[in-house]
Design a protein around this ligand. Sequence first.
Ligand SMILES: [Zn+2]
Length: 193
Amino acid sequence: METTKFTNFLKKYGYWVILALAFVLLITIIALSVNSNKLELKDATPTQPVSVEEVSFAMPVQSTSVTKEYSNSALQYNKTLNLWQSHKALDFAAEEGTDVYAVLDGKISEVTYSYLMGNVVKLNVGNGMVVVYASLQNDIPVKVGDVVKKGDVIGKVGNTAKSEASDGAHLHLEVWLDDQNVDPSLYLDLEQK
Ligand SMILES: [Zn+2]
């Protein structure tokens, strides 16, 4: 009889059948919740460009002495390298060891050293914007993954960028928006102190 066979099957393997069904159900629930999480994240972080009016940086150093302006195409003389080049950053002259501040709330995304840029800290402030601090002193008080508040100390002014060594101690500040280099002074009130 078919029913007896089925009953016997259930008696023998019923436990496994229920377990398998429960497992499939669990996987489905997990898959659904992961998917809905993704959707929520997508909605919560639109990748619209940051409008200049809405973003106001804290000063990155207590110095409004900009020694080298931003230039996207115009060439400026680099006396260290003895050549003319564009300077897609702002340089602030400051004493060696001067505190360097987070311009906005964000997360430290990179702490690196390179010969030309010296010690570099990258601060991801969200909405596709990354702020790059270069030529910092060796002892960096933050590490990758640290969450910082606007105004927190994230480094100290040094003279470690070999490409700008003749300029003396200074902060080299870059702003990247959706992987495009933009002028940091757009977000700074350089009249204030
Ligand atoms: Zn510079």
